[in-house]
Design a protein around this ligand. Structure first.
Ligand SMILES: *[C@@H]1O[C@H](CO)[C@@H](O)[C@H](O)[C@H]1NC(C)=O
Ligand SMILES: *[C@@H]1O[C@H](CO)[C@@H](O)[C@H](O)[C@H]1NC(C)=O
Ligand SMILES: *[C@@H]1O[C@H](CO)[C@@H](O)[C@H](O)[C@H]1NC(C)=O
Ligand SMILES: *[C@@H]1O[C@H](CO)[C@@H](O)[C@H](O)[C@H]1NC(C)=O
Ligand SMILES: *[C@@H]1O[C@H](CO)[C@@H](O)[C@H](O)[C@H]1NC(C)=O
Ligand SMILES: *[C@@H]1O[C@H](CO)[C@@H](O)[C@H](O)[C@H]1NC(C)=O
Length: 789
């Protein structure tokens, strides 16, 4: 009896304090929220006022289309009708065959729109960090790879292709881009990021979001603005886990947060208008990301005025208790509401699917008074807002022509172009480019005849794409003899195949040896036990595994000119290779056209123009290797680091060096670029000005046309808190014809010169700012300065 009294009390309480006006029966067809011409805010408000607590809770939950398909991937109508209404905020819509998925998406939206009381369509979510997640979707080079293009226009177009392929399927929320910084290279997820630098990451994040979200979808109402919502991840400061171990705590304080980790997100969210955000798994300075009210409420909403929603990563709400222990784990099969209350209060609006769905306790906790109704209403409003902005109430459908849109000829062609701009030439003594009329070429190594796409692709994609061997074979045709030998397996220490590889090298004029890392064991659905990069695949060494280095040494010992191609998801630390082979090329997990792009570069049809998005340490023990370390970090006088073009380090390790092998921004060409002069438009500039323009004259002083990435680094010479020795603040990729000189104008935003002062505010401090320009962080030696007043 007690129970029913309590229940009666709850319902009275709910009716008086919590219930919204008309929560029964279907709303009239002229309801404001159904009017595509009404403003988004009016529609949100109207719809919210009609919802029951159960309907609100459903909006906070991510479901999965696979929850209600049968073994043949056909929609089970009974299951759809019973499940979809309870997990209606979003559906993970992936990992079933394309035609079945298209039908399932349409069936879900049709049911939700026509057969539920309020008719609220769902967000259809999928992955897309380097291609829309489909077995035959256009597959681009890894994000770490395309970041090496230093080309925002290219990245915007790439984002546009991912968006258009997703849109055609009726998928409208893509978990990309990843804006974590690759500052801890032992971490397995380095390949998902845009490298180590906050400015480059921010510019490319802006470009990707702009391309992905596009403009409004056809057949949507006046209030719709975008076709696909970007879900920027992982908020925030995820990329430097302790020990390089995935999801481990990240150390740092407010200054690192403000100076390093937040700026790229601000660019993608505030400037490009990303509609959704994924919070991270880890804790930063002791606060788990999904419970970080400071990041999600104060900064994101308070300072940036973000109006979209935040979703947790899969299982992350449960991790608040089970991993971070800021709450007690559930007991006796009863779901603990604590993590849901913590996360919702902290501004984490949606719960992504996990083993325990804590947000299913929302209704109960509101009714018990443990969770403020206004917090839930706010979270629901943010999710509904995105649905209206996407025009989902008018057009949530899969297009009938998705098979024509996905993997179109033009998209595939573009994938090759992205690879051509992203492959980096690290070392070259003139062996490259290889003459097209060369008699013979040895193609060697465990990476030569496989596709390595890295993470966030579907099992089954490895069977398609142009391998390096296939690319080279089709480039040279019949006139050149290609001598292929695998040499060794990726993982194994077995050297028994070396003999055949050495033989192939000996009878060839040049040997190209392809070694590296891999993210998937090709026989496994997810990462194999012996993958060396990828999510949950962290390493305590950055050297090549197995017999790979020995293989390179054996080939080099033949005396045949030897080119090493690294196909990897992160920097490989092998100083012997840098010092002993004739040329080194870096391809960070190429896309499906990677083999063709690589051949075009090796034979000089395309002049390489990629620049490293991440520095290469000499060995794992010298981490961190990022170029933009804070003054004092490597005990050097920042004013004189590059004074004579040489890295001058004050301290050395007893048996080694902290000097990275190749620094951020490095990448050679088949021509040479000479930096002739640099000047700033104003030598004195107000701290309140919007920008200062840096003008650089660059000459293509070689014999072939090429593209150069002109880089501008800034050093705040004297500052009230410690600042980086230098930090990229502007760059431009320019094509320069052989023998020609161009003047490149690069604007530097004054706001980007701000530091996070002891007053806990961004301040652009008066004083001298040194400007370094050049083709990499290492060669940016041409200097000038300006004074801020
Ligand atoms: C469809 O779903 C219902 C309810 O979940 C279940 O009872 C039934 O066995 C399913 N049918 C098939 C063919 O999977
Ligand atoms: C995917 O591509 C393969 C060939 O690479 C082809 O056999 C298959 O039919 C394609 N499937 C779809 C759904 O396009
Ligand atoms: C999905 O439904 C829409 C609207 O009814 C229709 O135009 C479209 O062709 C359907 N798509 C598929 C793949 O059936
Ligand atoms: C992974 O290890 C297994 C067993 O040791 C081996 O059979 C397999 O070839 C390895 N995979 C790769 C990609 O090297
Ligand atoms: C650059 O300066 C450093 C320190 O004075 C010196 O050790 C080094 O030899 C110089 N390098 C060149 C190329 O002059
Ligand atoms: C700044 O540049 C001016 C003119 O190029 C030069 O005279 C001056 O020494 C520079 N100052 C600093 C602090 O580098």
């Amino acid at each position: 009896m007690k129970i029913s009294i309590a229940a009666a009390f709850v319902s009275v309480f709910a009716a008086s304090a919590l219930a919204s006006p008309s929560t029964s029966g279907k709303p009239p067809s002229n309801a404001v929220y159904k009017n595509p011409h009404a403003s988004v805010e009016a529609r949100v408000k109207d719809l919210l006022s009609r919802m029951t607590w159960e309907e609100k809770q459903a909006q906070l939950i991510q479901g999965d289309v696979r929850h209600y398909v049968d073994a043949n991937n056909h929609v089970n109508k009974t299951a759809l009708q019973s499940m979809a209404p309870n997990e209606a905020g979003a559906m993970f819509a992936a990992m079933i065959p394309r035609d079945d998925l298209a039908i399932a998406i349409n069936a879900t939206q049709s049911f939700l729109l026509h057969d539920t009381r309020l008719g609220i369509p769902s967000l259809m979510q999928s992955e897309g960090i380097h291609g829309y997640l489909d077995l035959n979707g256009t597959l681009f080079t890894s994000p770490l790879g395309f970041a090496c293009s230093f080309n925002p226009d290219l990245v915007e177009e790439l984002g546009d292709i991912v968006g258009s392929e997703a849109e055609s399927m009726g998928v409208n929320n893509i978990f990309a881009p990843v804006l974590d910084l690759s500052r801890e290279l032992r971490w397995g997820r380095v390949e998902e990021n845009y490298g180590e630098d906050p400015h480059l990451t921010g510019e490319l994040g802006y470009a990707f979001v702009t391309g992905l979200q596009g403009s409004k979808k056809a057949g949507t109402g006046k209030s719709a603005k975008y076709r696909v919502a970007s879900m920027v991840k992982h908020f925030v400061a995820f990329g430097s886990p302790e020990g390089g171990l995935n999801t481990a705590p990240v150390a740092g304080g407010e200054r690192d947060l403000r100076s390093l980790y937040l700026p790229p997100f601000k660019r993608a969210i505030k400037d490009a208008g990303a509609l959704s955000i994924m919070s991270a798994y880890h804790s930063y300075d002791g606060v788990p990301a999904a419970a970080n009210s400071h990041a999600m409420n104060d900064v994101l909403r308070g300072e940036w005025d973000f109006k979209g929603f935040v979703s947790s990563d899969a299982g992350a709400i449960d991790f608040l208790c089970s991993i971070h222990h800021i709450c007690e784990t559930s007991t006796n099969g009863v779901t603990n509401p604590a993590p849901a209350i913590i996360a919702l209060n902290a501004g984490n609006d949606m719960e992504m699917a996990g083993s325990t769905m804590h947000y299913l306790t929302t209704v109960d906790q509101v009714k018990k008074g443990n969770l403020k109704a206004s917090v839930v209403d706010e979270a629901v409003s943010r999710i509904l807002r995105v649905k209206f902005l996407l025009g989902l109430f008018e057009n949530p459908w899969t297009a009938s022509n998705y098979n024509k849109v996905i993997h179109s000829k033009a998209n595939v062609e573009f994938a090759r172009k992205v690879d051509e701009e992203s492959i980096v030439l690290l070392e070259n003594d003139g062996t490259l480019p290889i003459s097209e009329s060369i008699e013979s070429i040895a193609v060697i190594g465990p990476q030569a005849n496989v596709m390595q796409y890295g993470d966030y692709v579907l099992h089954g994609v490895f069977e398609r794409g142009v391998t390096p061997l296939a690319g080279i074979q089709s480039y040279v045709g019949k006139s050149t003899k290609v001598n292929y030998a695998e040499g060794c397996k990726l993982w194994s220490n077995d050297e028994s195949e070396f003999k055949a590889a050495v033989k192939a090298a000996k009878k060839s004029k040049v040997a190209v040896v392809m070694v590296g890392t891999w993210s998937r064991d090709q026989n496994e659905l997810w990462q194999g036990l012996n993958a060396t990069t990828g999510e949950h695949v962290d390493v305590n060494d950055l050297a090549l595994v197995g017999a790979q280095l020995k293989l390179v040494k054996a080939i080099q010992a033949t005396g045949t000119p030897t080119v090493v191609v690294y196909i990897s998801g992160k920097p490989i630390a092998e100083p012997w290779i840098k010092d002993n082979v004739n040329a080194v090329v870096q391809a960070f997990y190429p896309g499906e056209q990677g083999g063709n792009a690589l051949a075009n570069i090796l034979f000089g049809k395309v002049n390489p123009s990629g620049k490293l998005s991440v520095s290469f340490p000499t060995y794992v023990g010298s981490l961190p290797s990022y170029y933009n370390y804070n003054k004092g970090g490597r005990s050097i006088d920042p004013g004189h680091i590059y004074a004579n073009g040489t890295l001058v380090f004050g301290h050395q390790y007893v048996l080694g060096t902290p000097v990275p092998m190749w620094l951020f921004g490095h990448g050679l060409s088949y021509t040479t670029f000479t930096y002739e002069s640099v000047k700033v438009a104003q030598s004195k500039i107000s701290a309140k000005a919007s920008q200062v323009e840096v003008e650089v004259k660059v000459k293509n002083s070689g014999k072939v046309d090429g593209q150069e990435v002109v880089q501008v680094y800034i050093n705040d010479v004297v500052s009230s808190v410690v600042t980086p020795v230098m930090a990229l603040k502007g760059f431009k990729k320019v094509a320069i014809k052989a023998g020609k000189t161009v003047t490149v104008k690069i604007p530097i935003k004054i706001s980007e010169l701000a530091l996070w002062a002891q007053s806990q505010k961004y301040v652009v401090e008066p004083g001298v700012f040194q400007v370094y320009v050049g083709g990499s962080a290492e060669t940016a030696t041409l200097a000038t300065n300006f004074t801020v007043y």
